[in-house]
Ligand binder design. Structure first.
Ligand code: GLC
Ligand code: MG
Length: 238
């Protein structure tokens, strides 16, 4: 039997409506097949684990943190060294920080490591200025703007989409039945990979115009939207 996999963002997607989450998890339990859970979050590792704990989320098969810069797998959720090495290439967090902090209205996020450099901006203009300056600098990076507030500057080969593609190749296999779920800008590259995907009903405005044949726009928020999409794509197969 083909594998089933839910690759989902946490805040505002899987997490955000407690009753709907409970219902979705019960629904998965009731299915005649197992749904592998892959969490792909902007949070750093400790922060993701504390959310998993406080929301009583099932431990995932794979946890991707820091907007797709780190991948943890296996029972003990150990860091994937091959991915680690891949994303470290051409990575220059010091230069990126230096350039960003010369601009007005940009505050550095406090993070426990330098696998990404993230900022808070006051508005989309602040984000555009930073995007432009970094582009002009020629430093290899990936720029992600979410929720009108968060800017993540990632290594060139990182991001939620690239991490998910790697997971499909290394862990799941292209034939797996996948559903990708998200609610904000940092989910865009994984939502548009071409796999069945859902934008949940409470999505941030940067995703509202995203339309594609393989993207289901849910009317329900958070986990409720994921369940609607699961039914849409895989319901008939039960
Ligand atoms: C989460 C992270 C934050 C990041 C944001 C957008 O809120 O905690 O560091 O900037 O997601 O990816
Ligand atoms: Mg989110």
């Amino acid at each position: 039997m083909k594998k089933y996999m839910l690759a989902t963002d946490l805040d505002g997607t899987l997490v955000g409506d407690g009753d709907a989450l409970k219902e979705l998890l019960e629904f998965f339990e009731s299915l005649p097949y197992k749904v592998d859970l892959v969490y792909i979050t902007g949070r750093h590792y400790d922060s993701a684990l504390s959310l998993i704990d406080s929301e009583r989320l099932p431990i995932p098969s794979i946890l991707v943190t820091d907007v797709g810069t780190s991948i943890y797998s296996g029972r003990e959720l150990l860091r994937d060294p091959k991915w680690e090495q891949k994303v470290r290439e051409n990575w220059n967090p010091h230069r990126i920080r230096e350039i960003a902090l010369q601009l007005p209205g940009i505050r550095l996020q406090t993070l426990p490591h330098e696998r990404r450099v993230s900022f808070f901006v006051n508005d989309s203009e602040g984000a555009s200025n930073l995007r432009q300056k970094l582009k002009e600098s020629g430093i290899p990076h990936t720029f992600v703007f979410s929720s009108g507030r968060d800017v993540d500057v990632l290594p060139e080969s990182a991001g939620k989409g690239k991490a998910l593609q790697y997971i499909v190749e290394e862990y799941a296999g292209e034939e797996a039945n996948i559903l990708v779920a998200g609610d904000s800008g940092n989910d865009l590259d994984m939502l548009t990979l071409g796999y069945p995907a859902v934008i949940v009903g409470n999505a941030q405005k940067e995703l509202l115009d995203v339309k594609s044949d393989h993207i289901f726009t849910a009317t329900k928020a958070c986990a409720g939207g994921i369940q609607q999409a699961w039914d849409h794509y895989y319901g008939a197969k039960i």
